[in-house]
Design a protein around this ligand. Structure first.
Ligand code: ZN
Length: 319
């Protein structure tokens, strides 16, 4: 993993932007992605291949992918809800595709109008499509286990259900599965137990990532629990954009700036230059007038004498 301990996957251009009313201009999205990649962020989920009628915020995803692919070393990821979306993602040449499957079936029906069975079939079709590609053109396929920690429609989602669907996604041909706290319901004990159970069923190397929201203020407690269970990729969003209609003042995704501060302060290398990262926020702020940005580190600043893990602790003469 390029000499880094923990991979931060920025999902703001997708998860963040799809959850707010404002539509960020295409040029601003490109500037954001370029600037954030230049800080060392290794992976960015740049958009979602969904019909523009459903999510007009994502209508320019193909153009954004084309731009992101020009950035050396960046893993370009997208979300797709179905086969059609995967076809578009393949056409665009992305490195990674995530297809979400809500572990709560009611949520899945409402979200993509498919039962679990139908969704697994859709994943199989996508795998067939990917298997026809030359190996160097084949994007990685992640099955996102959404609402894994509880659902806003069904409430509790049994752990056994999440594990079962994780196994089925792997059997259908996904390269890995990720756990997603779509509803912001997770607590650290639950994170620990679910990560352990899913990894025991699919293998550690097939479950390395987690997607957390900070809806109830437990986002970073949950990050710590996930790290202690061996998770190595964590999703977050710059400025925590997205918000949550059910929790005023609470960010949507966990805040990238705070996540990078936490990891670097703990001695975990992210490969990200945090001072540069704090500057990227201005681009997002300017492009989204009236939208609230979240995060503590951007307001408080870095502690005096802060030594990030990713930089040499003694500055060399070359710097
Ligand atoms: Zn999310």
């Amino acid at each position: 993993m390029r000499g880094i301990d923990i991979e931060v996957s920025e999902v703001g251009p997708r998860d963040g932007l799809q959850s707010i009313k404002s539509i960020m201009p295409t040029e601003a999205k490109k500037a954001w992605i370029s600037a954030e990649a230049a800080t060392g962020v290794p992976e960015i989920e740049v958009g979602s291949f969904v019909p523009p009628k459903v999510l007009p915020q994502m209508a320019d995803t193909a153009e954004i992918v084309a731009h992101a692919l020009t950035i050396e070393g960046l893993t370009v990821a997208v979300l797709v809800p179905n086969f059609k979306g995967a076809e578009n993602a393949v056409k665009a040449g992305v490195h990674k595709i995530t297809i979400p499957l809500s572990t709560s079936e009611t949520h899945n029906l409402r979200n993509v109008n498919r039962t679990h069975e139908q969704m697994i079939d859709e994943v199989r079709r996508i795998v067939d499509l990917l298997n026809d590609l030359p190996p160097d053109k084949r994007p990685k396929l992640e099955g996102g286990l959404s609402t894994a920690f509880g659902c806003t429609i069904e409430g509790d989602v049994p752990q056994s259900k999440v594990v079962e669907l994780g196994v089925r996604l792997m059997e259908a041909g996904c390269d890995e599965v990720g756990l997603s706290d779509t509803s912001g319901y997770a607590n650290p004990t639950q994170v620990r137990e679910l990560v352990r159970a899913v990894r025991a069923a699919v293998g550690d190397e097939a479950c390395t990532s987690i997607h957390l929201h900070n809806t109830r203020g437990l986002g970073f407690a949950n990050v710590l629990a996930a790290l202690e269970e061996g998770i190595t990729t964590i999703d977050s969003s710059l400025g925590g954009i997205g918000g949550c209609p059910f929790a005023p003042g609470a960010s949507g995704n966990i805040v990238t700036e705070d996540l990078v501060f936490m990891l670097e302060a703990m001695g975990l290398k992210t490969g990200i230059d945090i001072e540069k990262l704090l500057q990227v926020r201005k681009i997002v702020e300017q492009a989204l007038p009236g939208e609230e940005l979240y995060g503590f580190t951007p307001d408080a600043g870095l502690p005096l004498g802060f030594k990030p893990a990713s930089k040499p602790r003694i500055a060399s003469a070359a710097e």
